[in-house]
Every structure is written in C-alpha cells, then in structure tokens.
Write a protein that binds this ligand. Structure first.
Ligand code: C5P
Length: 239
C-alpha cells in the first residue's frame, strides 16, 4: 500500500465549509479522510457524497453500538454511501458483528467493516472502573479475536496493540490506529499515544490524525512532517 493512503485525516469540524476548505488546502497530499459523528449528524449523506466526489477515500466513523437488529438497520440506511471503511463497536457483541458482516456480504457491499475495540482515550485504570479484570492489551486482543471470528475486516485500536493484533488475527486483518502524536504534539484527551514512526514500526496499517493536523497553523506542513516520520518508521521496520 502506498504511504499516502496510510494517513487518514480526521475531519473533526463543526461546519462543513471548514472541512471542505481543509481538503482544498491539502490538495493531493491527503487522499483518505475520516468523517465522524460531529459532521455526519449535521450534514449527513450529502457531505459524504461531496467529499467522495472529489475522489477522496472515506472512513465513516459512526461507531455503531446497539442491539444486532438496530446496527443492521443503521447499515441499511448507510448503504448507498459506498464508503471505504465503516465501523461498529465490538462490544455490541458477536451476534451484532456477524449479522452486520453478513448483511454487507449479502448486499455485495465492498465497504470494509471495522470493529472498534477499546477507545484510545481509555487505559487500564478506566477498564478497572468498568469492572473489567483484564488489561487494555488483553481486552483488545480478545475483542479482535471475536471480530475476526465474526469475519470483520479489521479493528480500530491503539498502535500499542497493533503488532499483537496482527500476531493473533493475521497480517491481512486491518489495523486502524488513532491516538497518534508526534513528540512535540499535545496529547489532548488521548491516553494510548504512539508516534507516527512507532505506529508504522508496530504494524499499524493506517493512522488516524485529527487535532495535530486540522488545528495546526499550517496543516499542509504538518501533513508533510507526519509522512516524513511514517517513512522513517517504515524504513526502520524493514531493516
Ligand atoms: O484529534 P485526534 O487525533 O485525537 O482525533 C482522533 C480521532 O479518532 C477522533 O475523531 C476520534 O473520535 C477518533 N477515534 C479515536 N479512538 C478510537 C476510535 C476513533 O480517537 N478508538
């Protein structure tokens, strides 16, 4: 896969014109964008279509989390969008994952179905608060295995877990990793942070970056720095 395709810029904006202006500013430098709840709840399918029409790849990050019937019904409503990746929470359960994937297959829908494991804003302490007795690492691997057995195409996890995910679920199982920060970036609310270089070393297929790029003084320059670091990580991993 080309390096360019492995950076997904998260369009976490309030207003559609802000997102469209960033896409215009970044030109061909960025080919993959993530649209999440913030823009989708307000602008819906029209905005997704507009960005797709510009030849961009799209990860529709709605993190569907409900009973099996409701998740499948939501997917039915999203079917015409023909995005590249769409996601649901693995904690919606095995039945919800199996039925969702079956629905995509029946519809000949090529969109990859991705399972969200444990959010990158959570750490071991948070899991403990929930009453979970295993670590983030153990829980993520467990949820990945469930997702894999439900035939999902991959997972969202921290790059801290990516190598282990590949080990347990195979090299073709897609790893999409948010919580990415360069050494000089602020963490914000993210807890399981990894640098772009380390993410590449640790087998992340894709990294998702929001605030460090979209709130930068010069997003184009920031994108360039991210690609440079990713390149270094790939180079190092090949050695
Ligand atoms: O600004 P930042 O780089 O932290 O943005 C990360 C993006 O990835 C946000 O849109 C967030 O919703 C999303 N995300 C995440 N952790 C997950 C799944 C998605 O941070 N586990």
């Amino acid at each position: 896969m080309e390096l360019k395709e492995r950076l997904i810029v998260s369009l976490d904006f309030e207003i559609d014109t802000q997102a469209l202006a960033l896409i215009e500013q970044l030109q061909d430098d960025v080919v993959f964008y993530k649209i999440g709840m913030q823009l989708f709840y307000r602008y819906g399918a029209d905005l997704v279509k507009k960005i797709k029409h510009q030849g961009k790849k799209i990860f529709l990050d709605l993190k569907l989390h409900d009973i099996p019937n409701t998740v499948v019904s939501a997917l039915k409503s999203l079917k015409d969008l023909d995005v590249d990746f769409i996601n649901m929470h693995t904690l919606a359960g095995q039945e919800a994952m199996v039925k969702s994937k079956d629905f995509l297959v029946q519809q000949n829908w090529n969109t990859k179905l991705i399972g969200v494991t444990i959010l990158t804003s959570l750490n071991d302490e948070h899991l403990h608060q929930f009453g979970f007795h295993s670590t983030v690492q153990e829980t993520v691997i467990h949820l990945c295995q469930l997702a894999k057995s439900a035939n999902l195409d991959g997972v969202v996890a921290s790059a801290q877990e990516a190598a282990s995910v590949k080990e347990h679920c195979g090299q073709d199982f897609i790893t999409i990793c948010p919580g990415i920060r360069r050494a000089t970036d602020v963490a914000n609310d993210q807890k399981r942070i990894v640098t772009p270089a380390d993410a590449m070393k640790k087998s992340a297929d894709y990294i998702v970056v929001g605030r460090p790029i979209i709130q930068a003084q010069d997003p184009k320059k920031e994108v360039k720095l991210y690609f440079e670091e990713m390149e270094k990580g790939i180079h190092h991993a090949r050695k």
